[in-house]
Design a protein around this ligand. Structure first.
Ligand SMILES: *Cc1c(COP(=O)(O)O)cnc(C)c1O
Length: 424
């Protein structure tokens, strides 16, 4: 890999651990120096050295309407002039809550946080507080932010409960988290035969953090059934899928009702945000009404709230029909390009989110995803960059098409992709 020093990367490395504020940005899995971006507009990003990219990362899915969408920019500007944080309740947070509840009828009450991590952490605390149980179940390859209880990998051999996936996570805490393979209904049923005292199951109902891996309907149904039988709360982490796959998220698509829902990314319109919610009965266990503590200085801050409300007020069933309608023929062409150059690849998608799994035919869980060709992906990523396409710098991520990607943008992207795959 040729190392060209991008403007600013040297300084970034002098100031941040690994040069970054979030690890995947460091390009470790693809090699080479990260590209520093200075501007986004619509479907495009511009780097500090003035290269223009068609963006398929879209801030990890947060930019559903594209970069610097006009109405959102105007709303942020207007609010900024009137103050950005008061540390009080405001009408802006209620506006956004009403828009969320319209799409997610099972959310009767919610709380805003400043990140998805915080929302997931708080939802788990709530589940533990409500049930009086400590142990939780998650799935391999699902990501729910970086709270201690959630940075746990499957225990080896016959051990059911996990070991820390990060230094600094106490082993005693990791032992409270069990991990099972995604999409394995049998493993879920077997697990609940032996375990009755589980506070909650947390799952991405459409996984986006091992690449896009939709849940099998019977898997989510098994989770719902077993949780109901065991008095365990079912938490859907829809931080990505929430306002991405359709109006009402994965829970509407699959017609499965979780006890708690976690949202983030899109609902902040590009500003920091997270949310968790469920029935009034459950949510009223939170302080000040109940005994589960949860708080945040900038939770529900006016800027994130107006940016989010501006995005959500533009969404409807028709919006998603049009967005998905744009994605389908594009992805069909992407598949044809890989076929044309005889590059084995699985293009797995759900609406406007997709992943190109190189060197694979079937990805239903994390161990399938790990069989993909990571070396080839590193080459592919740099060929994409060279041709002006920005995709996430890791094989195990989702790519996103936004409202701002025009048919012309997508046609251009296909031409660039053709060149990249040809050179692969
Ligand atoms: C991004 C993400 C999170 C964490 O959100 P942050 O805002 O990065 O803390 C949690 N769950 C899922 C499914 C995510 O994709």
């Amino acid at each position: 890999m040729v190392k060209v020093m991008s403007a600013g990367w040297k300084q970034a490395q002098e100031n941040f651990a690994g040069g970054v504020n979030s690890p995947v940005r460091a390009f470790r899995s693809v090699g080479g120096d990260p590209v520093l971006m200075k501007k986004g507009q619509g479907a495009y990003l511009w780097s500090t050295d003035n290269q223009k990219f068609i963006d398929f990362c879209m801030s990890w899915g947060a930019m559903l309407l594209g970069h610097a969408e006009l109405k959102t920019v105007q709303a942020i500007q207007a609010q900024a002039a009137n103050g950005t944080s008061f540390g009080t309740s405001t009408p802006f947070e209620t506006n956004l809550a009403v828009l969320i509840k319209k799409a997610f009828p099972d959310i009767e009450k919610l709380r805003f946080t400043s990140s998805g991590t915080e929302a997931a952490m708080s939802a788990i605390r709530l589940a533990r507080g409500v049930t009086g149980r400590d142990r939780i179940l998650k799935f391999e390859g699902c990501y729910h932010g970086h709270a201690d209880s959630l940075l746990v990998k499957a225990g080896s051999g016959l051990a059911t409960f996990g070991t820390p996936d990060s230094a600094g996570v106490p082993a005693d805490l990791a032992r409270m988290t069990a991990t099972l393979p995604y999409n394995d209904s049998e493993a879920v049923r077997h697990f609940f035969k032996n375990e009755t005292k589980i506070a909650c199951v947390i799952v991405e109902p459409i996984a986006g953090n091992m690449g896009v891996v939709p849940a099998k309907p019977e898997f989510l149904k098994a989770l719902r059934d077993e949780c109901s039988k065991a008095g365990t709360l079912l938490i859907f982490d829809e931080v990505i899928s929430g306002f991405r796959v359709g109006y009402g998220g994965a829970q509407h698509l699959y017609q499965i009702r979780p006890d708690l829902t976690i949202l983030g990314k899109i609902i902040g319109g590009g500003l920091p945000v997270g949310a968790f919610g469920g029935s009034t009965k459950l949510m009223e266990h939170l302080s000040p009404l109940g005994r589960v503590y949860q708080a945040g200085t900038l939770s529900g801050n006016p800027l994130s709230m107006v940016a989010g409300a501006n995005t959500l007020s533009q969404l409807s069933k028709i919006f998603y029909k049009q967005l998905n309608h744009k994605a389908e023929p594009f992805l069909a062409q992407v598949r044809l390009i890989f076929k044309k150059y005889r590059q084995p690849a699985l293009i797995q998608s759900q609406g406007s989110m997709f992943t190109i799994f190189l060197g694979s035919e079937k990805v239903e869980n994390f161990s399938d995803a790990k069989k993909c060709d990571t070396k080839k992906f590193a080459r592919f990523f740099h060929l994409m960059l060279k041709n002006g396409l920005y995709i996430p710098p890791s094989l195990f991520e989702a790519y996103f098409i936004s409202q701002a990607h025009t048919e012309r943008d997508l046609e251009q992207a296909l031409k660039k992709l053709d060149k990249a795959v040809k050179a692969l």
